[in-house]
Design a binder for this molecule. Structure first.
Ligand SMILES: CC(=O)N[C@H]1[C@@H](OP(=O)(O)OP(=O)(O)OC[C@H]2O[C@@H](n3ccc(=O)[nH]c3=O)[C@H](O)[C@@H]2O)O[C@H](CO)[C@@H](O)[C@@H]1O[C@H](C)C(=O)N[C@@H](C)C(=O)N[C@H](CCC(=O)O)C(=O)O
Ligand SMILES: Nc1ncnc2c1ncn2[C@@H]1O[C@H](COP(=O)(O)OP(=O)(O)OP(=O)(O)O)[C@@H](O)[C@H]1O
Ligand SMILES: N[C@H](CCC[C@H](N)C(=O)O)C(=O)O
Ligand SMILES: [Mg+2]
Length: 491
């Protein structure tokens, strides 16, 4: 990146009060002292844990040449005071990195479940169509063939714009990203010029953060109401909405973008009918304005059909040919940790899945029920420091839809694992279940009890390769734990 003068950078804020202080070169912008280098502009953010203003002097010691804050600070470098540093950070990040999303086709996916899966499907279609792609989401950030670890599903605005900038430098044509409700609420995607905004569904999660389903829905709706309000011929904006989810009815009213709907149960522009679940996956007939096609997926369940419909709709809006899209989709084997089969020579099925909400757990267990002929074991926990009200609901679903539910731990974080399990048990009064707090033991128990033809669903952690207990991040992978347990039993 070329250095920018502080005053030039600040002009992007369009503040009515002109900053008259010194005008150093800005080499980088950071909100985290741990990333500050000589020449950085440090932005103070009031966080949920600490206040970035308390770290400003540390930033200066690390080489920051200017500070953006919400109050005057006694520092040796210029301090620019704004009302809301979080908001200013998004504007400055976009400007510092050269407004990268204006040079990319940007596709975002929001919704409670299915964001990662749908984003991976879309990325695959565009790659097969010969485009260079970028991907940002829960599992990683990918630019061309390089992948980077991510902390958040949707990163903060600086990390985000930096990734987009790198995409532009690497000639990426299309960037596909997950847009979480937290990101929408906290303005992490302010300034991102989305071309296509996709909605998967809205069901219960994250009530610890949003408070009510209404507020949660409102956060999701921002994605569509903020989508380009100009009818540009060269860059039309599209909202891809799930006709079977009633939240879409409001999103349709609140967006000015062109709308394409998809669905199964209700009329939609793209509709799947005659769905049949086969041993190898799912088949359905696709109705589109461009004709009918029979589609054969290697992916399981009705919920996968929704993700596929959303991906097809987004790709059609970008002008990719329907038959090309279907060829790509039919070739997809699956997404890591989503309904992933673990085969280690055992005579029962073991499935690792990322279901960690009531709706996803119910969907995935219903899908299992469609082919399971004998017992269904489910190993399930609920995350610590996350929505407590979903715990009893998930436990009840596990008891209602599996024959052998086993409650265990899933990233207890700062909470006592026993207390989380008690919250779960409150939803399972009168039902039969086991409680095995150690996740490895819980998986071992299910594997030791399963017999030929049974199914074990290990839910909640999917692709995760860790278990967070207290402030320790321990190595843990459901797929490895299952394989080890199978090896122990069958030698
Ligand atoms: C609740 C929430 O969203 N928290 C996010 C927030 O953290 P925070 O407010 O606790 O930050 P903080 O630690 O108080 O720090 C405040 C400021 O001081 C700075 N600081 C702090 C310490 C230090 O030594 N030096 C320093 O400069 C920090 O960089 C920050 O600017 O800002 C951080 C940096 O951007 C985020 O990584 C962090 O996400 C945490 C890890 C998190 O768990 N978030 C979850 C709830 C979340 O956002 N989830 C959604 C996905 C949900 C889904 O997919 O279903 C997501 O998009 O990831
Ligand atoms: N369209 C869908 N509707 C309901 N459940 C789904 C759907 N797609 C996937 N799921 C279920 O949700 C789980 C998580 O899927 P995925 O990772 O794609 O969602 P996500 O929205 O990215 O989740 P997160 O917000 O945690 O990143 C899957 O393992 C599956 O059980
Ligand atoms: N994006 C979700 C992931 C939850 C995954 C589950 N394993 C847990 O830790 O609760 C969250 O941060 O709430
Ligand atoms: Mg995700």
């Amino acid at each position: 990146m070329e250095n920018l003068k502080l005053h030039t950078l600040l002009s992007n804020l369009h503040s009515l009060t002109k900053f008259e202080g010194e005008n150093p070169d800005i080499a980088s912008i950071e909100h985290d002292t741990r990333k500050v280098v000589p020449g950085s502009l440090f932005i103070c953010i009031k966080g949920y844990t600490v206040d970035g203003h308390d770290f400003a002097d540390q930033a200066v010691k690390a080489g920051a040449v200017a500070v953006l804050a919400e109050k005057p600070l006694p520092l040796t470098v210029p301090v620019v005071v704004v009302k809301d540093t979080q908001r200013a950070m998004a504007v400055l990040a976009d400007a510092f990195y050269g407004h990268p999303t204006q040079a990319l086709r940007l596709i975002g996916i929001t919704g409670t479940n299915g964001k990662t899966t749908t984003s991976h499907l879309i990325e695959r279609i565009f790659r097969d169509a010969g485009e260079k792609t970028g991907l940002i989401g829960t599992m990683f950030t990918k630019i061309g063939d390089k992948t980077y670890n991510t902390k958040n599903t949707t990163p903060d605005s600086i990390t985000l714009q930096k990734a987009f900038h790198e995409m532009c430098e690497n000639d990426v044509d299309t960037a596909v990203m997950e847009v979480s409700s937290h990101a929408l609420e906290l303005g992490r995607v302010h300034g991102c010029d989305f071309d296509i905004a996709v909605f998967t569904n809205l069901t219960q999660d994250h009530l610890d953060f949003h408070g009510t389903m209404e507020r949660y829905k409102h956060a999701k709706s921002l994605f569509f109401s903020q989508l380009g309000n100009a009818f540009l011929q060269n860059r039309p904006k599209f909202a891809i909405l799930n006709a079977d989810d009633e939240a879409s009815e409001d999103f349709i009213k609140w967006t000015a973008a062109h709308i394409l709907t998809y669905g199964i149960d209700r009329p939609a522009d793209l509709r799947a009918r005659d769905i049949s679940i086969t041993a190898k996956g799912t088949e359905f007939t696709l109705e589109t304005p461009q004709g009918l096609r029979r589609v054969t997926l290697k992916l399981a369940g009705k919920f996968s059909v929704y993700n596929v419909l959303a991906a097809i709709a987004a790709s059609l809006c970008a002008g990719i040919a329907l038959d090309e899209i279907i060829a790509s989709i039919e070739d997809v084997e699956g997404v890591s940790g989503r309904f992933e089969l673990v085969n280690a020579g055992q005579d029962f099925s073991v499935i690792v899945d990322y279901a960690h909400t009531p709706d996803s757990l119910e969907n995935v267990l219903r899908t299992v029920s469609e082919f399971a002929r004998k017992k269904i074991f489910v190993v399930i926990g609920c995350g610590g420091d996350r929505d407590k009200s979903k715990r009893p609901i998930m436990a009840r679903i596990a008891c209602d839809l599996a024959t052998d539910p086993i409650f265990t731990s899933d990233n207890p974080r700062s909470e006592d694992p026993a207390a989380i399990l008690k919250d779960m048990e409150a939803g399972a009064a009168g039902k039969t279940y086991q409680v095995i707090p150690d996740r490895k033991d819980a998986i071992g128990y299910a594997v030791s009890k399963a017999t030929a033809g049974d199914v074990i669903l290990i839910a909640g952690k999917g692709h995760e390769t860790y278990q967070i207990i207290g402030d320790k991040i321990l190595d843990f992978d459901d797929r490895v734990a299952a394989k080890e347990a199978i090896a122990l039993r069958f030698g």
